[in-house]
Design a protein around this ligand. Structure first.
Ligand code: SF4
Length: 346
């Protein structure tokens, strides 16, 4: 039966201190419990061994700890690890550990399914069921940090919000999760090692700039021509490139942080000189770099990776215009863990 008890991890440290005071206990007990929840990763009240049995029972009577559970874990031939994560209500999201020689990156989900409808993306086929809570996002990161230590003998070094969902459509919870990840009472990671990747929601990009966030911003651009972008990312009709450009200019004016554009080149869709010229022009509005990402086909075969010649053409045109460009080979393709492939198939 569904419980109506509140998830204790939705409480701030202050709220926990208040709770204990109202129970006639000492406020510092709240600090102790908070430490168990966030630094020691307690999964049950019984784990809190320096808290009295009566207090643990009282917590049990009032709260639950809705920890995520890694349901299945798959390892790719290239070392990539994909977790199918079960949430307290039985829904599943996926997160991925991507190792390279020098770093381990966690790619985490922010929603169950997605509210947007990018045609090349497997997640788009799952309708958005709900937003993830801050602790559900945080737990994905902790799970991957543990796997990184276990399999690669080093802690997690970077986080990208590029898993399932549009993070800016779950803005408040993503920000709360990042606060916890960067807090010394959480994982203490530098915000400079975190990248939020959006498909480009202009209003929310401006809000992030106003909120003076310290993490990096990436935009899944894929085309700098409205008609083409609307074909592959239909929400572009409501958030056209001119609005995106204005929001990005606002972001840069406030934060002075360069933007990364994520860009996949597809055969017959955005592989012409006209597409390249439009991207070069768009890149001149705001300091940026371009990440050209290898495409990972999903089942229907509608989208195909462009030829090497088309990719080379993109790279040489961008470099000629002094725009930094990286080519990202995809990882974890054999376990459907690569970009755009997350769809709860495991
Ligand atoms: S690419 Fe991102 S924003 Fe677009 S449908 Fe997939 S998960 Fe949603």
């Amino acid at each position: 039966m569904a419980t109506t008890k509140k998830d204790i991890r939705a409480l701030s440290k202050e709220q926990l201190r208040d709770f204990f005071e109202k129970q006639g206990d000492k406020a510092f007990r709240g600090n102790q419990v908070y430490e168990w929840l966030w630094q020691k990763g307690a999964h049950s009240f019984d784990d809190m061994t320096n808290v009295s049995k009566e207090t643990r029972q009282m917590l049990e009577d009032n709260f639950v700890i809705n920890h995520i559970k890694v349901d299945t874990m798959q390892r790719s031939n290239d070392g990539t690890v994909k977790n199918a994560v079960r949430l307290h209500d039985g829904l599943i999201v996926e997160s991925v550990l991507i190792p390279t020689a020098t770093r381990t990156t966690a790619c985490v989900s922010s929603q169950v399914g997605c509210s947007l409808d990018c045609r090349f993306c497997a997640t788009a086929r799952l309708k958005r069921m709900r937003n993830l809570n801050p602790d559900e996002i945080y737990d994905q990161v902790v799970a991957i940090d543990n796997e990184s230590k276990l399999y690669f003998n080093r802690p997690l070094s970077n986080i990208v919000f590029m898993g399932m969902g549009e993070p800016l459509m779950n803005y408040n919870n993503v920000i709360k999760a990042i606060d916890k990840i960067t807090s010394p009472e959480g994982l203490g990671m530098s915000p400079k090692r975190i990248t939020v990747s959006t498909s480009g929601v202009p209003k929310m990009i401006k809000k992030m700039a106003d909120d003076d966030v310290k993490f990096n911003l990436a935009v899944s651009l894929h085309s700098a021509i409205d008609e083409v972008r609307t074909t592959i990312m239909p929400f572009n009709e409501n958030f056209p490139l001119e609005d995106l450009r204005e929001a990005l200019e606002y972001w840069y004016a406030k934060t002075k942080c360069k933007i990364s554009y994520e860009y996949v080149v597809w055969k017959g869709i955005n592989d012409s000189q006209k597409d390249i010229d439009a991207l070069v022009k768009f890149c001149k509005y705001v300091p940026c770099k371009v990440n050209i990402i290898e495409y990972n086909p999903i089942d229907d075969g509608e989208f195909q990776q462009a030829s090497n010649e088309a990719l080379e053409n993109y790279i040489s045109n961008l470099e000629k215009n002094r725009i930094v460009v990286n080519v990202r080979r995809s990882r974890g393709k054999d376990i459907d863990a690569a970009c755009g492939q997350l769809a709860n198939k495991s």
